[in-house]
Design a protein around this ligand. Sequence first.
Ligand code: DLL
Length: 438
Amino acid sequence: MSYDDLQTMQQSRLAKLIEKLSARVPFYAERLKGIDPAKLKSKDDLRRLPFTVKADLRNHYPFGLFSEPVTNCVRLHASSGTKGKPTVVGYTANDIANWAEVVARSLACAGVKPGDVLQNCYGYGLFTGGLGLHYGAEKIGATVIPASGGRTQNQILLLQDLGARILCSTPSYALNVAYTLAELGIPNEELKLEIGIFGAEPWTESLRKQIEDRLSIIALDIYGLSEIMGPGVSMECAEGSRNGMGLHIWEDHFLPEIVDPESGEPLDAGEEGELVFTTLTKEAIPLLRYRTGDISRLNRSKCVCGRTTVRMDRVRARLDDMLIIRGVNLYPTEVEKVLLSVTELAPHYQLVIDRKKALDVLEVHVEVTESIVSTWGEFHDGLVELKGLRNRICNVLKDTIGVSAEVKLLKPNTMARSEGKAVRVIDRRKFPVGHNAR
Ligand code: DLL
């Protein structure tokens, strides 16, 4: 579809959305007073429309932002949320069909074909990962193994015996699978894996490289959020992933913007800011200008794969995850990048923040590799090599992220492994800062 035709389609869908929201959702009716959908001439007029934030969903828990009666919904999902009540989202039969369509497109983007065996390790349940991928994979004609998360040794048995070519999971869980395979002494040649479809949490290029090397696969990024639909809002294509082209947004369903996280003002293409989505086809709970809290950039240049949609950069971080350590802003992904550049370290880490004598203290806990322990021949705190490595990491962290951290090096295999979304931060301060509306 040409960009002009797409824009026309988006505009007419947007006008219909505003009519529906004004007529059916009191929360939006109040906010959209005086706005005439017929007068929304271009996407630039979007900036006159109000934002929606996570707190709006919570404040209208459970169904206050629904545009359809719950009786018209065939499914409900919810995100657990750390602050009390979960966020509930609903789907009509059409919503489920559209969701399967965008996930199927995403899978096609990755090179999934009818007949492929796909092991889906995203959690099945209220989380949208499991069922979201499941329906899209069935739609494309793949054979789905609904493994869900956890029980890693069992997952490996399934990989060996049922021969999946595609693995769907969080990147941290894929790493868990890779390490467990190595522990069990199972070579990659015993598996048929070729493609990984990883998302649901921020991850870095360095982590991609580690997963690809360890599993001998191509690892691709899938993005989404339950408020907008679930997985499949955007997806990296196999061809573009080697050139850092970003993720294709299915913009006939999801209208993206990038705004300044502070002022909310729209930013130009290419500028980094907060991703905002308006749903264009959702029936049960359509949302207007939903602020995702995810930091990215939009890119309309031509993709090597030939697809014409706008793309987003891989999410650099979530605003929510921003830590303020003694006045310095820091994202866990920045630390990940540094740690993964040190060859003696394994990609298992956690940041622990505490307040001691009114000062923030950042501890970086990270495992060393098996091979460095065998080179040293021992592992204890007084080891000269260990002290040297610790100092080196402290210096690199100070130089690159500008924060002094206490580094705690751990023996291989001592940190809890991820079964879904990894817990990268433990904030023990009394009043955590850096947490926004999400
Ligand atoms: O995580 C949906 C999903 C499932 C996406 C499976 C991909 C694969 P929520 O639990 O609502 O939904 O969490 C949404 O997770 O706002 C981002 O902060 C983060 N996130 C999702 N995908 C990515 C990604 C699912 N590829 C929140 N990269 C989003 C970075 C991601 N962060």
